[in-house]
Design a protein around this ligand. Structure first.
Ligand SMILES: [Zn+2]
Length: 345
């Protein structure tokens, strides 16, 4: 057991592991696509990695939240029609964001940008959640993004996914840039993934070595009351051996997550693990880490100490609960102050 524990009151609904995936293909890299990532994240590689992930989750009976950029699940023809209808090619901030997409479309090379079949792969088991990750993955705190554009990006992601047959009930902000939380509630999302207070890249990197790390508390009904949507604990990104992060030994990552999961089980907190499916294309060996974490989580679940649930289930359960943690809750206002994130009404 951990020597260090969360000091907060337990989640009234019990401890859980939530796994969320930011599903975006090349949309998430629109402003930083390199020749290497452009060839690495091909249709073929992306389809294979989503199949592989579903197999891993199925081996441990673990449901996960797959949050898709709406345009990623559209055909090029549908996307062209909708982007045009929204005037996305004319809005300066959006056209800057999508410059690489428009350039590749003109060249007739949309490999890695449109994969409607991924929704079928994810839906096949009937246990995973399809959530929203923006309409076009526009980061909402970018220069020139107006409150109205942020609202459109959020609300259209839900409508577009519904048109494709998916009732998305939770939201994940592009690049974790929290903005216009009220629009998330008003668009009908039950909850959204919160974001962590950023203490800088070095500090984030150092935290990867924190072997006694703890789960997050239920942040209470504060955001629900204020914005009409539940703030799901922000969680931590799974470490992949990409760039500087290669320096973190895999066994350290596994031990850190065991500590987080033990704390969630013992104290009734939330262990929220997230990453991008394409991270597994860049670092295929990370599958062993993911499997070790899921093995530990499924053992805790099988002994009745932990639930493995989706964001939708987490938000639904907590929507009606109040919390004893109100003074320590990670409120969206605090996040906004610390990260200079705009919380626009
Ligand atoms: Zn993303």
């Amino acid at each position: 057991m951990n020597a260090k524990h969360s000091t907060l009151a337990p989640d009234p609904a019990g401890g859980s592991l939530v796994i969320s995936l930011d599903c975006e293909g090349k949309w998430g890299l629109a402003d930083c696509l390199t020749p290497q990532t452009n060839s690495l994240f091909s249709d073929e590689a992306l389809i294979a990695v989503y199949r592989r992930l579903c197999k891993i989750f199925s081996d441990f009976d673990a449901p996960a939240t797959f949050a898709f950029v709406a345009t990623f699940l559209m055909t090029p023809h549908e996307a062209a029609k909708q982007l045009d209808k929204l005037g996305y090619g004319k809005e300066r901030a959006v056209s800057i964001w999508l410059a690489a997409y428009f350039a590749q479309r003109q060249q007739g090379d949309l490999n890695g940008w449109h994969l409607p079949c991924l929704a079928d792969i994810v839906s096949e088991s009937g246990v995973h959640e399809i959530a929203a990750h923006g309409f076009s993955h526009l980061p909402l705190n970018s220069d020139g993004v107006s409150p109205q554009m942020a609202r459109t990006e959020i609300s259209m992601s839900k409508k577009a996914l519904a048109r494709l047959g998916h009732e998305a009930t939770t939201y994940i902000y592009a690049r974790n840039e929290i903005a216009n939380v009220q629009a998330v509630g008003e668009s009908g999302f039950l909850g959204f993934r919160s974001a962590r207070l950023s203490r800088g890249r070095l500090s984030n990197f150092a935290s990867e070595f924190s072997l006694m790390d703890t789960a997050e508390p239920f942040s209470g009904s504060h955001e629900r009351e204020r914005f009409g949507t539940v703030a799901i604990p922000a969680g931590r990104i799974l470490n992949f051996h990409i760039g500087l992060r290669k320096l973190v030994p895999r066994f350290v990552t596994v031990r850190r997550w065991r500590s987080i999961l033990d704390d969630a089980a013992e104290r009734g907190g939330c262990a929220h693990l997230w990453f991008h499916p394409h991270n597994l294309i860049s670092d295929p060996q990370a599958e062993t880490v993911l499997r070790s974490i899921l093995r530990h989580a499924s053992n805790l679940r099988d002994s009745g100490k932990l639930r493995i649930e989706t964001q939708a289930s987490y938000a639904k359960e907590r929507a009606s609960l109040s919390s004893g943690n109100s003074t320590e809750a990670v409120s969206i206002e605090r996040l906004a102050n610390a990260q200079q994130i705009t919380v626009r009404p």
